[in-house]
Ligand binder design. Structure first.
Ligand SMILES: Nc1ncnc2c1ncn2[C@@H]1O[C@H](COP(=O)(O)OP(=O)(O)O)[C@@H](O)[C@H]1O
Ligand SMILES: [Mg+2]
Length: 318
């Protein structure tokens, strides 16, 4: 039974994970995937695939969907990852009772070539900027509705600055969000929608020093830790991610979920620190091995699985 790993340029977590899985000798081995052209009914040699990079490589995303058709379990599910976005995440979390900053989705500033005024007749123009700003308050954060790595994330102090910055966002779909003046911030790994590791984090520090070396018990009291853990699990269960990080900014004792669409979260040992790294290695290797031995194929979560089963039944009876 094999586990395949799809990676980008990260160089500490994936090799350690492969070594860990192989050294456990549980009847499951792990290796890097190597692929070229993919045929439409190509068999997938992997029972489980860990995806760390398909958000940046569309070819991998499509390859993974194809692997799912052949029965592979892909962590995280590429169909949902493709459909998901951060504004949807905020709307969902808000309805599930998780505290989030007030957030407004904004129409894009620019559109791709060929989209002209007549294509945009459903859009209000001009935008009711004052009303939007009154809702979220100032300062506020202007950030992509689907982004990562702090790219195009701006803090704006006035309506004028907001419009200036917005005018440079080109074709990105942006959100405007209430500023949470936090006194503490945590990033939480959440594995298998049930195991949570809270990591004190100072976003003001430069990469890779943000994971601050303070014990979580000395940073956040028990009641708040319980709430963060509950919220983290609620979010990850609802979204269905088996590997994710959820970031919370704490203001007046309330944890506001800020960023929780990280299905391939940073796990480099020099960034997260050795203890967190070790925790991730154990959790992810156990998750992947268990899925390889006992997991349900990802395709079971999709409508077309029924059709594929009928197809198999017809082929075998014929
Ligand atoms: N609403 C907010 N209030 C306070 N700080 C924020 C807010 N939104 C973002 N930030 C700051 O900006 C950083 C990047 O924003 P985030 O939403 O996490 O985007 P990314 O996915 O690019 O990491 C956060 O880690 C936090 O420090
Ligand atoms: Mg973030």
């Amino acid at each position: 039974m094999k586990i395949g790993i799809l990676v980008g340029r990260e160089n500490t977590f994936p090799p350690a994970l492969i070594e860990r899985i192989n050294s456990l000798n549980r009847g499951v081995t792990a290796e890097y995937i190597k692929i070229g052209g993919v045929k439409e009914k190509q068999p997938c040699p992997y029972r489980v695939i860990l995806d760390r990079i398909s958000h940046e490589i569309p070819f991998y995303r499509s390859y993974l969907k194809n692997a799912i058709l052949d029965g592979a379990i892909v962590v995280n599910n590429p169909f949902w990852w493709s459909a998901d976005d951060k504004f949807f995440n905020y709307s969902l979390a808000a309805r599930l009772g998780v505290a989030i900053p007030k957030t407004v989705l904004l129409p894009q500033k620019n559109y791709k070539e060929g989209v002209v005024s007549e294509s945009l007749r459903n859009l209000e123009f001009p935008l009711k900027w004052q009303e939007i700003v009154d809702y979220v308050g100032l300062p506020a954060w202007l950030k992509p509705h689907d982004g990562g790595g702090w790219k195009n994330v701006f803090k704006v102090k006035s309506l004028r600055e907001l419009i200036d910055v917005y005018d440079h966002t080109d074709q990105l779909c942006m959100t405007l969000q209430e500023h949470i003046a936090f006194d503490r911030y945590v990033r939480c790994y959440c594995i298998r929608q049930k195991y949570v590791r809270m990591m004190p984090y100072d976003p003001a520090l430069p990469y890779p020093t943000q994971y601050i070396k303070v014990k979580i018990e000395d940073y956040i009291d028990k009641d708040l830790r319980d709430r963060i853990e509950r919220d983290c699990i609620t979010i990850c269960k609802a979204l269905g991610y088996d590997i994710n990080t959820v970031e919370f900014a704490i203001r007046d004792g309330i944890p506001y979920a800020i960023d929780f669409m990280n299905p391939a979260p940073d796990a480099d040992n020099f960034s997260v620190g050795l203890e967190n790294f070790e925790w991730m290695l154990t959790q992810v290797s156990e998750l992947l091995i268990d899925y390889a031995l006992n997991g349900v194929p990802t395709r079971k979560a999709h409508r077309w699985d029924d059709f594929l089963n009928q197809q198999i039944a017809t082929t075998t009876t014929a």
